[in-house]
Design a protein around this ligand. Structure first.
Ligand code: ATP
Ligand code: MG
Length: 392
């Protein structure tokens, strides 16, 4: 007995609003794209009864489709279901057989939960639960203990208007909102650990990403650019691809190195990044910037220095990692599959020509005085003109 149909339930928050249909349309599109990227073709998708139904072309595709749904923002939980005739006895028999076939590990705790959406169905949810639980209990044996609070396994029974089903395989999704429902955001993507995680967290709240990477050939090897492209590709799977803008940063870095106080190198690099990103965001219709910045004691990440970059952008900058410790960020990087790529050895332009002790606090007047030695507008203009865009 194999599950044939997946049911994804939405986060409760956005179910009731007026934007609901816009959200479900977007979610369906995102899931279609992610299924294709995962090599699952020919699945049927349908939104009904506040659920997304996904019916893969063959039961063999169920595990891959399940993994896609679990990782798609906007989905609260997923069940792999077997359709059953809308009759109490049939629900109980099928649930019992399914539990035996699916729960093959050492006995642990379980529970049966039922929902009756179709109020015309003669038995109510508590009665369905009791009847199904009794037969499942008999099938799996006494070593399996019912635990109402924190069960390891759940048998879901759903009586919907159009069908009924049982599911022995259920997992939480990542929640959040469908990518694209919050508007476009430009992610400053380096090859490091932090910025891909920041981008993912913004996607999880509905932001559709484009990314900008500042590249400094020949000082920074092509390997760094390839790393960033690989990270962009991973982020892109959640939104059907992603535009990566590669901006050539070499001229700016050399100009700063030649003309400005070395203590300000990092701050000046970052001020140029923000100016360029903001201009790109204008052209691309992005409502916000997003970075992997955090609060720490390095030069780029003190509140003083962050405020020196903040004032250069006409739009807000999302910094989703602001409240996270490093180990929390690392855990997310593992979960979303960016960790292995992020830790590959490669340099970032932020380390180029940087002195041992950069300024962790710098007065704006001093920063502006250093910048007055540069042709800021010309440097920004030429960097923007150098932009190459790749679609991942
Ligand atoms: P990450 O792990 O994301 O590289 P980090 O801890 O190394 O971050 P910084 O080097 O100070 O911290 O960079 C802070 C943020 O600035 C990054 O998270 C990223 O959003 C942006 N950034 C840094 N370097 C680049 C770059 N070369 N191209 C685009 N964005 C960059
Ligand atoms: Mg970095």
């Amino acid at each position: 007995m194999h599950p044939e149909l997946l049911i994804a339930r939405f986060g409760e928050l956005w179910l009731k609003g007026a934007n609901r249909s816009q959200f479900t349309v977007r979610l369906t599109r995102n899931v279609k794209g992610a299924l294709a990227a995962a090599g699952v073709h020919g699945a049927k998708l349908r939104v009904d009864e506040a659920r997304l139904f996904v019916e893969p072309a063959t039961p063999d595709d169920v595990p891959a489709a399940f993994a896609v749904l679990r990782e798609t923002p906007g989905i609260a939980n997923v069940s792999a279901c077997v359709r059953v005739e809308k009759r109490l006895e049939a629900l109980a028999t099928t649930a019992a057989a399914l539990a035996r076939a699916t729960w093959t590990e050492a006995p642990t705790t379980w529970v049966c939960r039922a929902r009756r959406i179709d109020k015309a169905f003669p038995q109510n949810a508590p009665l369905i639960e009791r009847t199904v639980a009794e037969q499942v209990g008999l099938a799996i044996g006494d070593a399996w203990k019912v635990d109402l609070r924190t069960p390891k396994r759940t048998m879901y029974v759903e009586v919907l208007r159009e069908m009924a089903c049982v599911a022995a395989w259920n997992e939480d999704g990542i929640g959040g909102l469908p990518v694209g429902t919050a508007g476009r955001t430009l992610l400053l993507l380096s090859g490091g650990l932090d910025s891909p995680v920041a981008g993912y967290l913004a996607q999880k709240r509905g932001c559709e990403l484009e990314a900008v990477y500042f590249h400094s050939p020949p000082f920074i090897a092509e390997a760094s650019r390839e790393k960033v492209t690989a990270l962009a590709r991973i982020l892109g799977t959640r939104q059907g691809g992603l535009a990566l803008h590669v901006v050539h940063f070499t001229e700016i870095q050399e100009a700063i190195h030649t003309s400005c106080d070395p203590k300000l190198t990092v701050i000046l690099y970052r001020r140029f990044m923000y100016r360029i990103a903001d201009a790109l965001a204008d052209r691309r219709g992005a409502l916000a910037l997003c970075t992997g910045e955090n609060l720490g004691q390095v030069a780029s990440q003190t509140l003083e220095n962050l405020s020196l970059v903040d004032r250069l952008a006409a739009r807000m900058t999302l910094r989703p990692l602001m409240a996270f410790d490093k180990h929390e960020t690392v855990a997310i990087a593992h979960r979303i599959g960016t960790y292995e790529t992020s830790i590959l050895p490669a340099e970032d332009c932020c380390t180029l020509f940087v002195p041992r002790h950069p300024a962790v606090r710098a007065p704006l007047s001093f920063v502006e005085h250093q910048e007055s030695k540069l042709d800021v507008a010309g440097l920004v203009e030429r960097a923007l003109a150098s932009t190459e865009t790749v679609r991942t």
